[in-house]
Design a binder for this molecule. Sequence first.
Ligand SMILES: [Zn+2]
Length: 367
Amino acid sequence: MAQQGINPKQIKSYNDTALLYLLSSEGTLSRKAISAKLGLTAAAVSKITKRLIDCEKIEELGVSAEDSERVGRKEVLLSLKSADKFCLGITAELDTVTYALCDVSGKLIKSISYDFFDDTDLIVEKTKEFLHSCGELQGQLIGIGLCVVGSVKKDVFGVWDNEALCTALERELQLPVAIQNNVKAYALAELIFGDVSDVSSVLFFKWGNGIGSAVAVGGKLLLGTDYSLTEVGHYIVDPAGKRCRCGRFGCLETVASSNVISAETGLSLDDVVESEDERIIHILEQKIDTVALALTNTATILNANKIVLFGKMFENSQIVEKLARQCARYNNNFKNNKIMRGDLSAKSAYIGAAAVCAQQFFFTENE
Ligand SMILES: [Zn+2]
């Protein structure tokens, strides 16, 4: 693919990152396989791998079992050198704050969750406490990934003072900080650690206490000019409805969030799904229909050929199926498994923060 307007330094960095992402999703590969998959010459791959081995981002694992028995040239396998580099993730949801330590391949080492709090000093203090509990691994941290509610700009639907927090964390912990919206961070995790990077257009949709979305085109996350692109949770679906945290009235989130459903039915989510009471069944169907309509319209605008679901509501597979069915009723294109729960959805409390940190300080920052 011809890259126009990109200088040699950018191409070098682009190729390094592409190779790291490839190894992240495939695990181990020989130089020959990397060359075929990235469409680069053997000489180019040899140069890139040498550079990445020198800066300790990848390592040689010896020859494959199959190859070692063959006569002739052996194919040495390469993999990410991920076991000695760690990310500290801090993830805010509307009702929880989660601290997690992961390696750069997204493997969880330890985590702790608290009920939501928003005091900057307390967030920093809890970060220090968590780090202290990580013992000697503290010395192998590459940075902090911060996942926030709303835009990274506090004045766009946000709940934390993001700028003050980033500054305080960098100063107090002496670690670089990368920040992203929690839904976009999850999407990034699916792109880096999951299996959707080769899908041309993916819409990620989160349905929990908060409702949000993100979109990736050609394996890249779209961010918009102020990082708040595709805020489906703030579609106005009932202009006469309740005031939303964004200041408008009747946003999708105020009508269909998991907390609203529990409040309107007086039941836990599991009980709502299992209920045979006609009133409860009707409420759930209405919420699913409202969400399906917003989701179908968004997917149509984005020409998404896959929709990846995550969040508390989708922990129940019946809701996944009902929503997928309703979307397919609105648009035939969404039949045949185009709507599915994300592979990493069970890890959504921390995986996005790991991805944000790993992307910024491991996958893209190559010396
Ligand atoms: Zn809103």
